[in-house]
Design a binder for this molecule. Structure first.
Ligand code: ADP
Ligand code: MG
Length: 608
């Protein structure tokens, strides 16, 4: 994810026009030296500095140089927009005056996204929508949880939807297509080269067709030789429409591939029946969704590939509270057990197919109290709908009371990690814990407290997809309450509990944040047991005297710092899940984005 290097500056407005900039400066009083920074609409990565002097406006374009420095034409280069503004606040160096007073963006004015930012965002949305048939909240969640992975995925396929993309045609055929019809300068097309995975750009200039090779470096970026590098061919093309970057001229109108234009992408009408965690055979996703836009098959299974990501997309699908016994096949296989009884594997038959399920079966001899507990658990789960929370599909009251849930077949996170120490990367764990934080943020927004968040209660659909489960202790808070007070202490998971839970029996989303910190510790120590052999009361003393668990070996510093924040003694000072999710997301994105591009080579010479 590229974040604008100016995003942190309080006087940066993003992609606003010259007249909008002037309007802002007028509103701020037109003092001499009043200034703001905005994104340049014409050159990618550049800015414009707008300054007031003598009741007049002065606009200075700042160009981003090939070596990634920034400078006002004729001025000194600076390593970033912040450094540049700092410099001109001390030295006018040719400007009409020094930058004296920043025209601050008001808190309710967001940085306006630029044409590239929104194109990229829209592309991502469109891709997720079409490939997985997701909409609304499920689509947003998919994008937030997997943005870096998705960007990598669309980088290789985004251009295929574009009218200027002519897939595999020869140089001669490219020329024939460009010469047919009008021949304005800049008319262009992109085609596959013989060498698979590489592209060529063919363009018209002075009634002659020029061909250029599009470079594709080891890190996967596309560029013209010595030019700016992009994640997608499509972004490169957009850029070349504005800057020649070594070409004879900028790109103009697209030479439209009439075949591709007639071929509208096929959107699947319903969810494809697929078992949880099932990896489709090569080409399967592509043929089921969009033949024109094949999804690479050599990639990891994303959460959205699993039916569990959005099982209620089709309104005729399962979501019903009462399940008939005849709809349910209960397997002998036990997935887990507890005081209440056991969790069994099973299959739920619905109008739209069969679904693998996990069934919590009450021991038949259990008394009324336990039955009521399970009803309460079901009542809570029934109100929740989030891809990172195990969904309840219904209750079935037959030979015993059964709570039917979607299946998370890879089981509890702690067990999974301890058995797969060698094959799970830290990046993978960060991704999973980010998903857990998204699920917890959802609970926090909805005013639910979980009260039993622990690695044993995070279940995996597969190695890349986690869901929070076990709502046996959970509570829905009243609209005006921000904590739940237990009347008596019970059989509690003390090692996961915040100090205020133990001393005051007070449970809130903030105490869930403490548990999230412990869960993170468990995850980054590959299913290790927190506080080793210490007993619950020892742990309480350990915490009260200011101690905390140490950083698990191999755990990134940033993640350990976040754990410690989660273990802030006073709940008032502890971050909430909104903040925790943001930190997890930032870190997840930062380590998932691709490596920096390598050096450039050669000048933009037309290829034969
Ligand atoms: P308890 O309250 O006894 O901890 P849980 O709801 O955590 O009950 O379930 C116990 C075990 O059953 C889990 O650790 C897990 O192994 C298995 N299990 C529970 N729900 C599911 C599910 N939806 N999919 C797969 N396994 C499950
Ligand atoms: Mg449990």
């Amino acid at each position: 994810m590229s974040v604008d290097p100016a995003a942190e500056l309080p006087f940066f407005y993003g992609s606003i026009s010259r007249s909008d900039a002037e309007e802002q400066l007028k509103l701020a009083g037109m003092a001499d030296g009043l200034f703001l920074l905005r994104q340049c609409l014409r050159n990618l990565g550049g800015y414009v500095l707008s300054i007031v002097w003598n009741l007049e406006f002065h606009h200075y374009p700042i160009e981003k140089q090939l070596n990634a420095t920034f400078c006002i034409t004729g001025g000194k280069p600076h390593c970033g927009p912040a450094e540049l503004c700092e410099f001109y606040s001390k030295d006018p160096d040719g400007l009409v005056c020094t930058l004296r007073k920043p025209c601050l963006r008001s808190p309710d004015t967001p940085i306006r996204a630029g044409v590239f930012d929104s194109l990229r965002q829209n592309m991502l949305r469109e891709y997720v929508k079409q490939t997985w048939n997701l909409e609304g909240d499920a689509m947003e969640q998919a994008i937030i949880s997997q943005a870096p992975q998705l960007e990598r995925l669309i980088a290789t396929t985004a251009h295929e939807k574009m009218p200027w993309y002519h897939s595999k045609i020869t140089r001669q055929e490219g020329e024939r297509r460009l010469y047919s019809g009008a021949q304005p300068d800049g008319k262009f097309l992109v085609r596959d080269r013989e060498v698979s995975g590489t592209f060529a750009l063919s363009m018209m200039y002075g009634k002659t067709v020029y061909h250029y090779q599009i470079l594709h470096d080891k890190s996967g970026k596309y560029s013209m030789p010595e030019g700016t590098k992009f994640d997608t061919v499509w972004q490169l093309v957009e850029y070349l429409k504005m800057k020649p970057d070594g070409l004879v001229t900028v790109l103009g109108e697209a030479c439209v591939n009439s075949k591709a234009a007639a071929q509208t992408p096929v959107v699947p009408s319903g969810r494809r029946p697929r078992a949880n965690g099932y990896t489709p055979p090569p080409g399967a996703i592509a043929s089921a969704s969009k033949p024109a836009n094949p999804v690479p098959t050599d990639r990891e299974v994303l959460p959205m590939d699993c039916t569990g990501f959005n099982p209620y997309h089709n309104p005729n699908d399962v979501k019903r509270f009462n399940i008939q016994r005849t709809q349910l096949l209960v397997d002998e296989v036990e997935l887990g057990s507890g005081n209440f009884g056991c969790v069994r594997k099973g299959v739920l038959k619905t109008d739209s197919g069969q679904i693998d399920v996990a069934i919590k079966v009450l021991k038949s001899e259990n008394e009324k109290l336990v039955k009521e507990e399970m009803m309460r658990e079901a009542e809570i789960m029934h109100q929740l709908s989030n891809p990172f929370i195990v969904r309840m599909l219904g209750l079935c009251n037959a030979e015993s009371l059964m709570l039917v849930m979607e299946m998370a077949s890879a089981g509890p996170l702690n067990k999974f990690l301890s058995s797969k120490k060698d094959t799970v990367s830290v990046e993978n764990i960060v991704n999973l814990m980010h998903q857990v934080s998204m699920g917890m943020k959802y609970l926090e927004e909805r005013n639910f407290v979980h009260r039993d968040l622990a690695a044993r209660n995070v279940l995996l659909v597969n190695q890349q997809f986690a869901k929070i489960s076990d709502f046996g202790l959970s509570k829905a808070l009243g609209a005006d309450d921000n904590y739940y007070r237990a009347r008596t202490a019970g059989k509690w998971p003390l090692k996961w509990y915040a100090p205020e839970c133990i001393t005051h029996r007070k449970f809130s989303s903030k105490s869930d944040v403490w548990s999230f910190g412990i869960t993170m510790w468990e995850a980054f120590s590959f299913g290790g047991k927190p506080y080793k052999k210490m007993k619950g009361p020892d742990v309480t003393r350990f915490i009260e005297t200011g101690n905390r668990m140490e950083c698990p070996s191999g755990c990134p510093d940033r993640m350990y710092a976040l754990m410690k924040e989660c273990w802030t003694f006073k709940h008032e000072e502890r971050p909430d899940f909104k903040k925790v999710e943001e930190s997890m997301r930032t870190y997840h994105y930062s380590i998932s984005s691709k490596a920096q591009p390598e050096g450039n080579a050669g000048a933009a010479e037309p290829i034969e």
